[in-house]
Design a protein around this ligand. Structure first.
Ligand code: GLN
Length: 242
């Protein structure tokens, strides 16, 4: 009886604070326009990250409530404790590490460039200078391009907007993470994909700075999923045409 009461008090405390940590539910934020990691299919959020996180939650005995929000709103929402977890093809950068805890790496990526076949102005990252380059606000592509002097950076709120501008030849190049870039090239034959030698990026799952236990549980689950073949199965499901 006493135990039950304590549980009721704890549950209501979590409810009041808006935190689900310790309860059975995880509020997981993503930005579902990053195929094949997360995207919408018939109104539903699907993708590699979604399946991976569902497996992690399952092995932790938790349920997920998914929140689909703008990419640059994810970290503020985590800090405001409106989210417990972010999985969004998010690169574990040094800057972001100041504000959140990252899990072990679950995918390696790098930046690629897309150009229009009628206007193939660049062949390498060093040639971006002087060109109109589209990036998505707050992405690592934005950070990388913004460091190059003399580039006219066009920042879009969504990848689809940057791609539209490139297709309309309003800009010369789009810089984007490898997998979504490959997808857009596949879906739009007029766009050409150019690999870059820009440093590798590591995707990781983010939790709040103080949620040490949660990140440990996620890491444990990830290690398990990598060891028991589940991770490889998901890689095959989403990246088999590579
Ligand atoms: N990997 C990039 C970043 O972390 C882009 C992530 C995304 O668009 N979902 O900024």
């Amino acid at each position: 009886m006493k135990k039950l009461f304590l549980k009721a008090v704890l549950v209501s405390m979590f409810a009041v604070s808006g935190l689900s940590f310790g309860a059975d539910k995880l509020y997981v934020g993503t930005n579902a326009e990053f195929e094949p990691f997360e995207y919408l299919q018939n109104g539903e959020i699907v993708g590699f990250d979604v399946d991976l996180m569902e497996e992690i939650a399952k092995s932790m005995g938790k349920e997920i409530e998914w929140k689909n929000i703008a990419f640059d709103g994810l970290l503020p929402a985590l800090q405001a404790k409106k989210l417990d977890v972010i999985i969004a093809g998010m690169t574990a950068t040094e800057e972001r590490k100041k504000f959140v805890n990252f899990s072990q790496t679950y995918y390696e990526s790098n930046q690629m460039m897309l150009v229009h076949e009628k206007n193939p102005v660049v062949k390498s990252f060093d040639e971006l200078k002087g060109h109109d380059v589209g990036v998505v606000l707050g992405y690592t592509g934005d950070i990388a391009v913004s460091e190059i002097e003399g580039v006219k950076v066009h920042r879009y709120n969504a990848t689809s907007e940057a791609i539209m501008a490139l297709k309309a030849q309003k800009i010369d190049v789009v810089v984007l993470d490898s997998e979504p870039a490959k997808n857009y090239a596949k879906q739009n034959p007029e766009l050409k994909l150019i690999n870059t030698d820009v440093a590798k990026e590591e995707y990781a799952i983010a939790v709040g700075k103080n949620d040490k236990e949660l990140v440990e549980d996620i890491d444990k689950a990830l290690t398990e999923l990598k060891a028991n073949g589940t991770y490889d199965k998901l890689i095959k499901k989403y990246f088999s045409e590579k």
